[in-house]
Design a protein around this ligand. Structure first.
Ligand SMILES: [Zn+2]
Length: 63
């Protein structure tokens, strides 16, 4: 088995609270059943496949 590839999917913003997330997808050797939620509770995505989505909140840097 090779390494698990990570694909950059860009950014997504929450329609409920407006927070921005960096989205990545990682392949896995086994099926993963999970979901990705915003901290406000909004469900971005649900999946049941050989991979997982990673949502990382982008903090706003203001000067
Ligand atoms: Zn939200």
């Amino acid at each position: 088995m090779g390494s698990f590839e990570i694909t950059e999917l860009g950014t997504e913003s929450c329609p409920e609270c407006g927070r921005q997330y960096r989205v990545r997808y990682q392949s896995l050797p086994l099926k993963d059943k999970d979901d990705a939620r915003c901290v406000c509770g909004h469900v971005f995505r649900k999946w049941n496949e050989t991979g997982m989505y990673m949502y990382q909140e982008i903090s706003e840097d203001r000067e």
